[in-house]
Design a protein around this ligand. Structure first.
Ligand code: FWO
Ligand code: ZN
Length: 389
């Protein structure tokens, strides 16, 4: 058990300085001047001068590795536990990307299971870029209903030269099946949609909202900040249609695209233009490839995404772009938790999972990361390592 004393709690709404008692993987009690029962094996952690936030949720991570756009040697490596926890992330949703052939759902599920055994919380989407969706059981709905870790479909690629180029109707069917699978299993039924650089931008999502009864909360388009034009379309989609948009925090320093919008800046832009702070999320695209192609579609090179970029962009939003801590935290905690229907995640309250990050109040430097009540990282030291680290 742990008692965190006197930290500024952001749930992510600011609750002021409080004590938080943790035991059995959960937040047991919150209050003022909670007695420190050290005799019962409670370790007291000093929270003075620190902020306590929910563990981050990264709803788009290529936990198995991805890529391959430059041939087999460019398939990116699997993630390791500390690549995730060192960035304050305690929940990930794993996905497949461009390659839905040599990367498989059974392999993805096994990797997600392994990370869960190592101490964090994991889910997956069924499918990859491809349409028809390559599922495990043969059907999107069956995967979601029968496989516990499957909470949706993705990342389905549209507006991209690597997409299967589905029709609007095919796309709507994928979203509909995912929604009903979610309803029947009490899960989110979220479609994570990979947006490329194509002219159509968010047109397919607008079609779904206009022509079907499916609500916007079943679709989360990602990489919205990959270009200025897409960012503007994303802002319009979120503001005028009540859509949700996801900004990718990884970028490759070797191939900085001048047209790309940094995620922290994109969040500021969206909020300034009237998008609700409940409608923007960040995800890292961690361990996926960040390939660059020329205008003729020729492969130029690729980098690898990092989960730690998620925390970096949240912090830059606060310290550089002037976004409030609550709004910045919502993009990496509460909002993904709500879209993924994870009621015990993305908030600090009694009964919630003890997924927590303690950070310096001024610099937001991470001090301690706890996942399901277990201290994973403390004072820059990774205390719980992955099996092969
Ligand atoms: C983005 C994942 C992209 C994989 O467009 O979608 O390729 O399969 O690992 N990455 N292709 C990266 C941009 C947002 C910079 C993926 C990747
Ligand atoms: Zn993608």
């Amino acid at each position: 058990m742990y008692l965190i004393k006197n930290a500024e709690v952001y749930s992510p709404e600011s609750l002021g300085a409080m004590d938080v008692l943790i035991g059995g993987g959960q937040i047991l009690k919150m209050g003022h001047d909670l007695p420190a029962q050290e005799a019962y094996g409670v370790e007291v952690i000093d929270g003075e001068g620190k902020v306590l936030m929910p563990g981050l949720i990264d709803a788009h991570v290529h936990i198995l590795g991805g890529g391959g756009e430059g041939g087999a040697k460019t398939r990116t490596p699997e993630i390791m536990l500390s690549d995730i926890t060192s960035g304050g992330v305690t929940t990930v949703v794993g996905c497949l990307g461009t390659d839905g052939c040599t990367r498989t759902m059974s392999n993805l599920l096994a990797k997600a299971k392994g990370l869960e055994e190592e101490g964090i919380t994991t889910y997956v989407y069924t499918g990859s870029y491809q349409v028809p969706v390559r599922t495990l059981t043969g059907k999107i709905m069956d995967d979601i209903i029968l496989l516990e870790k499957v909470v949706g479909t993705g990342e389905i690629a549209i507006s991209d030269h690597r997409s299967s180029q589905p029709s609007k109707k095919e796309f709507a069917r994928i979203v509909a099946d995912t929604r009903v699978g979610g309803i029947l299993s009490g899960k989110a039924g979220l479609v994570n949609i990979h947006m490329g650089d194509g002219e159509n931008k968010l047109e397919f999502l607008r079609y779904v909202l206009k022509k079907t009864e499916v609500p916007a909360s079943n679709m989360l388009p990602t990489h919205i900040n990959r270009s200025r034009a897409l960012m503007e379309d994303g802002i319009d989609y979120a503001k005028n249609l009540g859509g949700y948009i996801d900004l990718t925090t990884s970028s490759d320093p070797d191939f900085l695209d001048p047209d790309e919008v940094k995620a922290s800046t994109g969040l500021k832009m969206a909020l300034d233009q009237g998008v609700s702070e409940d409608h923007v999320t960040f995800s890292s695209d961690g361990q996926g490839s960040l390939p660059v192609f020329d205008s003729d579609g020729k492969f130029l090179g690729l980098g690898v995404g990092k989960v730690t970029s998620l925390y970096r962009e949240m912090r830059d939003a606060v310290l550089t772009d002037g976004v409030g801590l609550t709004a910045a935290l919502k993009a990496v905690t509460r909002n993904p938790a709500t879209l993924l229907k994870l009621e015990k995640k993305g908030r600090i309250k009694e009964g919630a999972d003890a997924d927590l990050v303690l950070a310096d109040k001024e610099t937001l430097d991470i001090n301690l990361v706890m996942a399901k009540g277990r201290v994973m990282v403390r004072d820059g030291q990774v205390l719980v390592k992955g099996t092969f680290e």
